[in-house]
Design a protein around this ligand. Structure first.
Ligand code: BGC
Length: 739
């Protein structure tokens, strides 16, 4: 016993001695801010400069002398991108970096289910941990302003409230694993064409009401640890070093304590970068070959050029220390966080998460003549390139090397194993076989002419019980792809022509659209069933087949307005997109002339009827909303108002409905949208079951951004709450007052 006490005492004494010797910056019992101060005081000028810029395509060097390891970032946002060569975009060819491809963020937004956003973030975080990535470059929350936008598929739709509610749990879920979110692209990167040269001119009101709320929510509610500056300009200055965007709004007004990371190659000037809020520079001289092949990283704007200005006395280390402090904070939250869980890649739970999100995000847009769910068809014909094209490969930085991707045709064959499932290519779109060295699984090689392809599809369609046309966009250039926008709102290739030809011989056609954007659907009246199936990743085929078969009752709702034509969209109707080049052809000014009238706010204001409204989505069952009751007749600046509505599943199968609440101002001294989404709730009900859904709003739901006062203003007076199940299906109207 005595011996035991002696040795325990000795161990205690050694631990105390060790603790005494542990420098503060490594002492986990000390507050992080104290550890940061201590680390900073030990760093040389060279070490400080080193941590604020890249050392490879996706990493920065840490401070090895002090025990801070490299910081690895990676795309994002739909899975963990394969490792690339040190200074190339080409994949490195590892064999342990295949990932689960989660559905694109448009699909996540279409679930209208914040719990799934949390699951998405957690699952992605676990994959990132396994791959030793500490910063995931995503999620993206740029607002869907034009359906031509090449990267809309990576974002969360047109509505600031929906995007805000979905981004917060994604960020929290990811960061709960000790992996930083890098919310992008801050801000106003709403189209891809000329993304490095576009100077956005936008009213303060539209900026604060439409384009910033999701970023603000990600920062203030989600607690995002990093944010990515966008390529484009605002007020004539690039957003990666824009004092208004970064110093004023993000850091001062919102209290952001994380790291501003430049988009890859988005930094253009050392002094602007020093002063205007950029903390960590990535991707300058991105090709690493013709430009910056030697010492590329030393030539970064925040590398030797910065050091030189300090040495010459033009700057003190005040700005530098501030940047390093933020980077150290990121280290303590990620690479130096010893409480992190273990990561794992391609686990069954991640596939389940990807499948669930895909199934809940698929939107049933139209369903007539009882075509869906398919009722034991004996002969199915699948038509379309998108049925056999891997969509996880391509599209820019979100391209992945998925361990598995079930193609729609394979998913349909597996689910309808008792039926005869035939396939016709229908049209040729994009036959490229690889992206950044990642190969597509299935050969898309095709030599037949369009006439032959159409003839084959028509011949096979004649005696099919049902034709499933899997079309839409793909991830090729000028489609749903980074770097450019779509050139047309129409479906590309010969799709419309083939659909029309098939309809002449078989009207039992289900159109499954794969995309992150809307498109014109000229044959819409003749096609009985339309399903929006997004880019849904690894489980694509299984998810689509499960919805077609009715194993899963669709419950997604559109996160954007599906315009009938481009002139229903404010950015196009006002002639604002794509902007006007300045005389020197260096900058293109794009004035957001539609102001706050984006998406349904525009179609509402003009009384236009889109093909499918924001928030629209059908089910295989029916729901009835009962009488709405409220806890009070009025709001005050400090109280909330709750609307309770009983929802009943009046059909024969279980399903989910999304109850939506929009607010309309009855009078105002400024222009107000006809209505704005301010609350929603998804509820799952068995046949015959009723549940009460509660929707709560606060004063922010009636506020607008007052440009003169430079702040939010809630005017006392009358408002209406419009409650229903889509932005064009809001049968209940309740008037209330703000006192
Ligand atoms: C994209 C970013 C991406 C980065 C790194 C840029 O071109 O705009 O979204 O995270 O590349 O791949």
């Amino acid at each position: 016993m005595k011996k035991f006490i002696m040795s325990a005492l000795m161990i205690g004494a050694t631990a105390a001695a060790q603790a005494q010797n542990t420098p503060v910056y490594l002492d986990e019992t000390k507050p992080i801010e104290q550890r940061i101060d201590d680390a900073l005081s030990r760093m040389t000028l060279e070490e400080k400069i080193a941590v604020i810029h890249a050392q490879s395509k996706f990493s920065s060097p840490g401070v090895k002398r002090l025990g801070f390891p490299d910081l690895w970032t990676d795309d994002g946002p739909h899975g963990v991108r394969p490792d690339v060569l040190w200074d190339e975009w080409e994949q490195a060819g590892q064999t342990n970096d295949s990932c689960v491809a989660f559905p694109a963020l448009t699909c996540l937004a279409a679930t209208w289910n914040p719990q799934l956003a949390r699951l998405y973030g957690e699952s992605l975080g676990e994959e990132a941990l396994y791959r030793n990535k500490s910063v995931m470059l995503g999620p993206g929350v740029n607002i869907y302003r034009t359906p031509l936008g090449g990267r809309n598929f990576e974002y969360m739709g047109e509505d600031p409230w929906l995007a805000s509610r979905m981004v917060v749990p994604y960020v929290q879920g990811l960061q709960s694993k000790g992996v930083a979110a890098c919310v992008k692209h801050y801000a106003l990167n709403n189209d891809e064409e000329y993304r490095h040269q576009v100077n956005v001119i936008v009213s303060d009101r539209a900026l604060h009401e439409i384009y910033l709320p999701a970023f603000k929510a990600a920062v203030q509610e989600g607690g995002a640890w990093s944010i990515m500056g966008a390529y484009n300009l605002y007020q004539g200055v690039h957003n990666c070093h824009n004092a208004t965007m970064l110093n004023k709004i993000l850091k001062k007004d919102w209290g952001f304590d994380g790291v501003v990371i430049s988009d890859w190659g988005g930094c253009h000037d050392t002094e602007e970068a020093i002063k205007n809020g950029l903390d960590l520079e990535f991707g300058s001289w991105t090709n690493g070959l013709s430009e910056g092949a030697s010492n590329a990283y030393d030539n970064y704007y925040l590398a030797l050029p910065y050091k030189k200005l300090i040495k010459e006395g033009k700057y003190t280390t005040e700005e530098l220390d501030e940047k390093v402090r933020r980077v150290l904070r990121l280290f303590y939250r990620t690479t130096m966080n010893r409480q992190k869980p273990y990561g794992f890649l391609c686990s069954e739970s991640h596939y389940q998460a990807a499948l669930k999100i895909a199934q809940e995000g698929i939107v049933l847009l139209k369903n007539e003549r009882g075509l869906l769910p398919l009722n034991n068809p004996k002969k199915i014909l699948v038509v379309g390139e998108n049925a056999i094209k891997m969509m996880t490969v391509g599209g820019g930085s979100s391209s992945l090397k998925a361990q598995k991707e079930i193609l729609p045709l394979d998913g349909i064959k597996a689910r309808f194993a008792d039926a005869e499932v035939d396939y016709a290519r229908g049209y040729v779109g994009d036959t490229v076989q690889s992206y950044n060295g990642v190969k597509v699984g299935r050969s898309l090689y095709e030599t037949r002419s369009q006439t032959e392809l159409t003839a084959e599809a028509v011949a096979k369609a004649k005696d099919a019980d049902v034709v499933i046309f899997v079309g839409g966009l793909n991830k090729s250039d000028y489609q749903d792809c980074e770097g450019h926008d779509r050139k047309s709102y129409d479906l590309p290739y010969a799709q419309n022509e083939v659909i029309e030809a098939i309809l002449k011989v078989n009207p039992r056609l289900v159109y499954v659209n794969i995309s992150g954007n809307g498109a014109t659907l000229p044959w819409i009246k003749k096609v009985p069933a339309i399903v929006q199936a997004w880019f849904i990743g690894s489980e694509s085929g299984e998810a689509i087949a499960s919805v077609l078969a009715g194993d899963v009752n669709p419950s997604g709702k559109l996160p954007f307005t599906w315009y009938a034509s481009l002139d229903q969209c404010g950015a196009h109707a006002t002639g604002s997109y794509p902007g006007t080049w300045r005389e020197d052809y260096k900058i293109i000014d794009e004035e957001y002339k539609e102001g706050i009238y984006v998406g349904y706010r525009y179609t509402d204001s003009k009384g236009l009827k889109p093909l499918f409204a924001f928030g629209h989505g059908l089910s295989y069952t029916t729901f009835k909303l009962g009488k709405v009751t409220t806890n009070t007749q009025h709001l005050t600046p400090n109280t909330q108002m709750t609307f309770t509505v009983p929802v009943t599943n009046t059909g024969k199968v279980a399903g989910s409905e999304i109850v939506q609440l929009y607010v309309a101002a009855k009078q105002s001294k400024v222009d107000r949208p006809v209505k704005e989404l301010k609350a929603f709730q998804k509820v799952y009900l068995q046949p015959g079951e009723t549940q009460n859904v509660s929707l709560t709003i606060g004063v922010d739901a009636v506020s607008y951004y007052d440009e003169a006062a430079k702040g939010w203003n809630a005017e006392p007076g009358s408002y209406e709450a419009l409650i229903g199940t889509a932005s064009d299906k809001l049968p209940t109207k309740i008037t209330f007052k703000l006192k």
